[in-house]
Design a protein around this ligand. Sequence first.
Ligand code: GLV
Ligand code: MN
Ligand code: MN
Length: 398
Amino acid sequence: MTASRLLAGIGDVGRDRGRGGYSRHAFDPVEGELRTWFAEQAGRRGLDVETDRNGNLWAWWGAPGPDAVVTGSHLDSVPGGGAFDGPLGVVSALSAVEALRDKGFQPGKPLAVVVFAEEEGGRFGVPCLGSRLLTGSLDADRARALRDPDGVTLAEAAKRAGHDPERFGADQEALARIGKFVELHVEQGRGLIDLGSPVAVGSTVIEHGRWRFSFTGQGNHAGATLLGDRRDPMVPAAAAVAAARWVAAGVDDARATVGRLVPTPGGTNVIASTVDLWLDARVPGGDTRGLVDEIAGAARRAAEEEGCALTVTEESYSDTVRFDPALRDELDAVLGGVPALPTGAGHDAAILAGQVPAGMLYVRNPTGISHAPEEFAEESDVDEGARALSDVLARLAG
Ligand code: GLV
Ligand code: MN
Ligand code: MN
């Protein structure tokens, strides 16, 4: 079955009627439905499915590891996200395996398709949760205590979904099975439009992270409290949003985004008592923490002026990643000179890259839009990507 047809098979799962697009979050019932779908599709292709200690799904062709060739991506989304970010890598992997089987290919090494849990951090805030736990780059106690917007801890959510959060943590056994990892992903910017190519090989992922800014003031009445008597945390929060833009604008290619801001209690006629906002900052080859310090400095000055307090917490951080040069050469050799593409988006492949040879393939997105319903890939490009992945798997596992 083509990757496009497989993708169409989950087209109704997790649609978000309010926001548009899809909302598929870790350990929620929608994600559970996708996990069941994956296990069934993998089973139909003769793969043996298992769930690791951290809630990542693995589908094996041959006995698990060592020196396995692993491909895959994720099935969760950002709130109101597109159909391709994550699922494209999963359906392309399943379709590539099917094509190899149909050709009578016999892998000389174990081959696996993996689905990583909570890549977007859309529910619990930390991106690439499953791969970070697996590699030990996220402490299991910290992970278990993460809370979703409703206050449910990751441990509680995982338990409700049938996982054992006490087993979360670095999984050397699972990691040791991976010989090479290749993730196929929809392109998330204009890179491949500008290059005029349907497929690219990943070169680098820029340094990035997430910071929580918590402003505390005094909740009060919107009509009865004179401006001079207020300690309104929304005022320095607004200054932080503006500072994110002007500070980033002064640094080459830097990106700073506030996509989420939560006032408490959140009433139209209520001066908030606290405001939390999340800053996503990314600086190619630069100093992301320095950029955040500067934004935080501006926010702190605005907070003091308003009589408010500010605490800044780093919730996640990822250093610059350069994908394995030898694996990139292998991908180049198979695909015959497709372009190399750097990206501003984070990926599980970039987390794994610290521990195993990892690489990426990107498929053109003609809208140049991602993390939004307009994210897209043409069927012909999707097919081309799946074919490229199948050729790569044949070479690496042959
Ligand atoms: C994942 O798409 C990210 O936010 O980088
Ligand atoms: Mn994403
Ligand atoms: Mn993704």
